[in-house]
Design a protein around this ligand. Structure first.
Ligand code: ADP
Ligand code: ADP
Length: 219
């Protein structure tokens, strides 16, 4: 469960996220739709404790990220590929992440298997791994702690059709497993493919929040 309460972020005089109040619950894909610059990433970064709200709250399972006792077991994220070291193999990257959180090494093999990367775990992201495989690696990392909440920021950007299909299918599986999935995109077509509910953001403000079917009918 993700809870945003009056969530606001200002950078200087610019307001990136403006008084956002919304609950995002389990068992469905909640799409986060808005043009570039609408505030989607900033919202996700505040949920992950990577940006501090100017006002309001971003809670995961009722707590601020900083107050989570075992963050990787509560929330996972695929942000821009920033967390991944291109000089490290996928397996060693995930091992380091697991170790720093007290997650056993065998879970690394499990998550690589889940995303279909088991045979390619020695490849280095950015070098021999394609962008699509890098995204899978990022998702494997997000799943290390088997968290009930997942944030996927523009996960299909730049992927080839196979990669896009894989992400869409996998996202559906995650929701069907009962997880809370928040998936951002600037494309309505992506919402139509993947989302059950759509939250529309414009200039940091909530513009619409509706089941996908309603949003399509409303045009
Ligand atoms: P989106 O993910 O929807 O593309 P962002 O959350 O990345 O939107 O950006 C929202 C707004 O906040 C944009 O105007 C962006 O330029 C601004 N912004 C984001 N991060 C920073 C930052 N670190 N410093 C200044 N402005 C920022
Ligand atoms: P650092 O040690 O640099 O703070 P972390 O190991 O905490 O980095 O996170 C690495 C990257 O993973 C971050 O840059 C962020 O994009 C992403 N991230 C943050 N929190 C989580 C999470 N709970 N699950 C998965 N990825 C996360």
């Amino acid at each position: 469960m993700i809870t945003l309460r009056g969530l606001t972020k200002r950078f200087g005089t610019a307001t990136a996220v403006d008084d956002l109040t919304v609950d995002i619950g389990p068992g469905q894909v909640t799409g986060f739709l808005g043009p570039n610059g609408a505030g989607k990433s900033t919202t996700m970064r505040m949920v992950l404790g990577l940006d501090r709200p100017t006002a309001g709250q971003a809670l995961v399972n009722g707590r601020a990220y900083r107050a989570l006792r075992h963050p990787l077991h509560e929330v996972g994220a695929l942000l821009d590929a920033t967390g991944i070291h291109p000089t490290r193999s996928g397996r060693s990257h995930l091992r380091a992440m697991a170790r720093s959180s007290g997650i056993p090494d065998r879970r690394v093999a499990e998550v690589l298997d889940l995303v279909g990367l088991d045979g390619r775990a020695a490849d280095k992201p950015g070098r021999t791994l394609s962008l699509g495989m890098g995204q899978r690696l990022g998702i494997a990392g997000a799943l290390l702690g088997d968290p009930p909440v997942l944030l996927l920021d523009e996960p299909v950007n730049g992927l080839d059709p196979d990669g896009v299909r894989w992400i869409r299918r996998f996202t559906r599986t995650l929701a069907d497993e009962g997880r809370t999935v928040l998936l951002s995109s600037h494309l309505m077509s992506e919402m139509q493919q993947t989302a059950d509910r759509v939250i529309v953001l414009g200039r940091g403000r909530l513009i619409a929040d509706a089941p996908l079917a309603e949003l399509i009918t409303a045009g």
